[in-house]
Design a binder for this molecule. Structure first.
Ligand code: HEM
Length: 421
């Protein structure tokens, strides 16, 4: 009898709690004025359905919801998403905290990229910056070139054996090896002394440093490999782009250096376009401003809105996904088609402010220079030396179908496979 009474009371209390919390979230929450589906404002189960059950599909659903609700959207009880690249600088510039909730998925709380607090992030990042400066990467160029040679040797061996090559696997191994080899060779010692001595003792524990290392390996492996796979698929599927690129690459010496390659406009345009279509980090990497922000739709907004301004309370997790930015028709017409031309000339230069593959601001990618060096050297070497043909590979092997922090293609895809002569 007592048990039944306790059970009934518990159920009633739980129900009351759910009802009052739902009323608060819908009508008295600081984000109640932001448009969006009721269910998304009520519960995280809405996101769970799209991201876990389907899976990795919420980012696409968000774009669909923008078409219905306009350029500003409440996507979870606590979070706002904007579909207007005119607002990119406001979201990502300045000193911003990150939103803790999605960072947990990375499971490396001690890593610089998974650090929510802006001040702690600054401290951790300053200790790493000299290792990834352009000057330091330039001094490591010979190591990157060594790995590119090894990559070419493997491909040449497959050409002799007439056996197929999985480029996606090969690029993954290349970028991962790259980091490992640099560390092993003890060559990551930067020219400028890092400020690691200035890190307090709790920042120098083995666990913290292990997590930092894990994040670097994760960040430095997946993304360059993905961009390379996407670029090679599109080059092989579009012979006119490949031929134009090859003609340009043949204007520089066979073992051209990274600085020489960086001066080739079409090569750099192909890399920009490959990075755009890779969508960088696809997850909503929400930022929290310390101050209240006001969103007014800009001329870049592509979803219908009322033109009304919205106040976004301080510390609201706010994001513009790379899917939203890189497919904005106002900046990237026909966004799912590869078109390196869009990055050429004055128009291309202006467009770069909307390239979000490396995000923006003080929390942008730390490995931009290393990534650029890797991409330039690999593309130049392989395009110059090999004639490849796609094998059992189509657009769905490189298209963005699932958001698993980075863009994942069709489930079951075996990657970009080729034969070589
Ligand atoms: C094409 C290649 C690459 C792309 C598209 C890319 C993209 C990104 C993006 C979008 C972020 C920001 C994520 C966020 O805001 O949470 C990021 C952060 C980061 N990336 Fe990369 N990345 C690439 C290559 C690399 C490489 C080669 C390294 C070298 C280890 C690297 C190391 C990092 C680190 C350490 C961070 C965290 C920076 C911070 O929070 O201050 N990335 N990357």
């Amino acid at each position: 009898m007592v048990f039944v009474r306790v059970l009934t009371t518990s159920v009633v209390v739980a129900l009351l709690w759910v009802v009052t919390r739902s009323i608060r979230r819908l009508f008295f929450h600081r984000l109640s004025h932001i448009p969006g589906p009721r269910l998304a404002a009520l519960t995280w189960w809405y996101e769970f359905h799209y991201n876990v059950v389907l899976p990795g599909k919420y980012i696409f659903k968000i774009q669909e919801l923008h078409r219905e609700y306009g350029p500003i959207l409440r996507i979870t009880p606590e979070e706002v998403h904007i579909n207007d690249v005119g607002f990119l600088d406001t979201v990502y510039a300045g000193l911003r905290d990150k939103y803790e909730y999605p960072l947990k998925a990375l499971r490396v709380p001690g890593g610089v990229g998974a650090t929510a607090d802006a001040k702690l992030h600054k401290l951790r990042r300053e200790a790493l910056v000299p290792f990834f400066s352009k000057r330091n990467v330039l001094s490591l160029q010979h190591l990157i070139a060594e790995k590119v040679d090894q990559l070419s040797e493997i491909i040449a061996k497959h050409a002799i054996e007439a056996s197929q090559i999985n480029l996606s696997d090969l690029f993954f191994a290349f970028s991962n090896d790259q980091l490992g080899m640099m560390v092993k060779a003890g060559e990551v010692r930067p020219k400028k002394k890092p400020s690691t001595e200035s890190l307090p003792p709790q920042e120098r524990t083995l666990t913290r440093l292990e997590q930092e290392g894990a994040l670097l390996a994760l960040a430095g492996t997946e993304s360059p490999a993905l961009s390379l796979g996407i670029i090679f698929y599109h080059l092989l599927a579009n012979p006119s782009i490949l031929n134009r690129l090859r003609t340009e690459i043949e204007t520089v010496p066979t073992h051209a250096s990274w600085p020489q390659l960086e001066k080739l406009p079409y090569l750099m345009a192909v890399i920009e376009e490959g990075n755009r279509l890779s969508f960088g980090v696809t997850a909503r990497i929400g930022r929290r401003a310390h101050e209240e922000l006001v969103f007014t739709p800009s001329s870049y907004a592509t979803t219908p809105g009322t033109g009304v301004s919205y106040k976004i309370p301080a510390r609201t997790p706010l994001s513009i996904s790379t899917l939203s930015a890189h497919t904005a028709q106002s900046v990237f017409p026909d966004p799912f088609t590869i078109d390196p031309e869009r990055w050429l000339g004055e128009a291309g230069r202006k467009r770069k402010r909307f390239q979000m593959a490396f995000t923006k601001g003080s929390r942008n990618c730390l490995g931009i220079e290393l990534a650029n060096a890797e991409l330039c050297l690999v593309i130049a070497a392989l395009v110059r030396s090999f004639e490849m043909t796609l094998l059992d590979t189509d657009a769905r092997d490189v298209s963005f179908e699932h958001d698993y922090q980075i863009a994942m293609p069709n489930i079951g895809s075996k990657g970009v496979r080729v034969t070589v002569i």
